[in-house]
Design a protein around this ligand. Structure first.
Ligand code: AMP
Ligand code: FE
Ligand code: FE
Ligand code: ZN
Length: 287
C-alpha cells in the first residue's frame, strides 16, 4: 500500500516519526512520505526507521500558503536541510509562536482559560498547531471533541480575523519547494470548495508557479471528487498522488494509515510513486 501524506509529532500528529513508520510497516505500507506542516524535522528519524522496516520513504513537507484562501501544498523529494527551505520553515515557526500568544488571549476572551503548560501534554514543544489547542480544550473540558473545539473556537470569523498567522504567498511556497529540489503537489483539493471553473483558474495559476501534481486520491474525497480531480490532472498534465492525511486517532479519529476512511483509499498502484519519483529525478537533473 502507498501513503504519501502523513503527519507526526514534529507537527500536529500524535505519534513520533519512528512510531509512525513502524505503524505504517504493520499496515503493509511499502512507500510512504512524512509530510509534516512547515517542517522537515521528522524526516531523518523517519528515514532511519524506514530503513529498518524496509519501507521506501520519500522526503516530504506540507506547507500552508495564502492565495485568497488557505492552500496546502505538498513538497516531495525536497532536501530537508536546504538553507532556503530551513529559513522558510523558521519564519513559519516564528509566526506560529506569535500566534500562540494571540490564541491564549482569544481563548481567554471566549471563556476558555488555558496556558501553554496545559498545551504541552500533547506537544513536544517543537511546533504548536491548532490541533494541539483543540486537544487541550477537550482535556480541560471546554469542548466535547477535537471537531467541537475547531467548530466552537478555531474556525470562527474572530479566529481568522484576530488570531490567524500570516502565511506566505503560493508563489513563494512553490518557489522554495523547487529551490530545495522538490516537486509541488496541491493537497486535498476538495478543501478549497471551488466549482470546476474556479478550480481550473487556480490550477493554471499554480502551474505557472511550478505545480506538477494533484492529490486526487485523498481520504475525504468522494468517488465523484476523485474522478473530477483525475480529469483535471489529465487536462493539465499533472501527475496524481494519494494520501490519507493520517494524524492519529486523537486528532482525526476516522482516518487510518494507508486505508483512509472505512477503507476508501488503500492504493496499491505503484505507478503513482514511480511517476512522482520520475518528476523528482527530473527536478534534480543538472542541465
Ligand atoms: P494550523 O496549521 O496550526 O493552523 O492547523 C491546521 C491543521 O488543523 C490542519 O492541517 C489539520 O490538521 C487541522 N484541522 C483543520 N481544521 C480541522 C477540523 N475542522 N477538524 C480537525 N482538524 C482540523
Ligand atoms: Fe495537520
Ligand atoms: Fe493539509
Ligand atoms: Zn496534512
Amino acid at each position: 500500500m502507498i501513503d504519501l501524506h502523513i503527519h507526526t509529532t514534529c507537527s500536529d500528529g500524535q505519534f513520533s516519526p519512528a512510531q509512525t513508520i513502524q505503524m505504517a510497516a504493520q499496515a503493509e505500507i511499502t512507500v510512504a512520505s512524512i509530510t509534516d506542516h512547515d517542517t522537515t524535522s521528522g524526516i531523518a528519524e523517519a528515514q532511519e526507521a524506514a530503513c529498518q522496516c524496509g519501507i521506501e520513504l520519500i522526503p516530504g513537507i506540507e506547507i500552508s500558503v495564502q492565495g485568497g484562501r488557505e492552500l496546502h501544498i505538498l513538497g516531495y523529494g525536497i532536501s530537508p536541510k536546504h538553507p532556503a527551505l530551513q529559513l522558510f520553515c523558521r519564519e513559519n515557526a516564528e509566526n506560529r509562536i506569535r500566534r500562540r500568544e494571540r490564541m491564549l488571549e482569544y481563548l481567554l476572551q471566549q471563556g476558555a482559560e488555558i496556558t501553554l503548560d496545559d498545551v504541552r501534554f500533547c506537544n513536544d514543544g517543537r511546533t504548536t498547531g491548532r490541533p494541539h489547542f483543540a486537544r487541550t480544550l477537550v482535556a480541560k473540558g471546554y469542548a466535547d471533541s477535537v471537531q467541537d473545539a475547531f467548530d466552537r473556537y478555531l474556525t470562527t470569523p474572530e479566529f481568522y480575523k484576530y488570531v490567524e498567522r500570516p502565511k506566505p504567498s503560493p508563489e513563494k511556497g512553490l518557489r522554495v519547494i523547487q529551490e530545495a529540489g522538490g516537486v509541488a503537489v496541491l493537497a486535498h483539493p476538495y478543501q478549497l470548495q471551488l466549482e470546476s471553473d474556479a478550480m481550473a483558474v487556480l490550477l493554471e495559476k499554480l502551474i505557472a508557479y511550478g505545480l506538477q501534481g494533484i492529490e486526487a486520491y485523498y481520504s475525504r474525497h468522494t468517488p465523484a471528487q476523485t474522478e473530477a480531480y483525475l480529469r483535471l490532472a489529465r487536462r493539465y498534465h499533472l501527475f496524481v498522488t494519494c494520501g490519507s492525511d493520517f494524524h492519529g486517532p486523537a486528532i482525526k479519529p476516522d482516518i487510518t494509515l494507508g486505508t483512509g476512511i472505512n477503507g476508501n483509499l488503500g492504493i496499491r498502484d505503484t505507478s503513482i510513486p514511480e511517476r512522482l519519483k520520475q518528476a523528482i529525478a527530473a527536478a534534480n537533473k543538472c542541465i
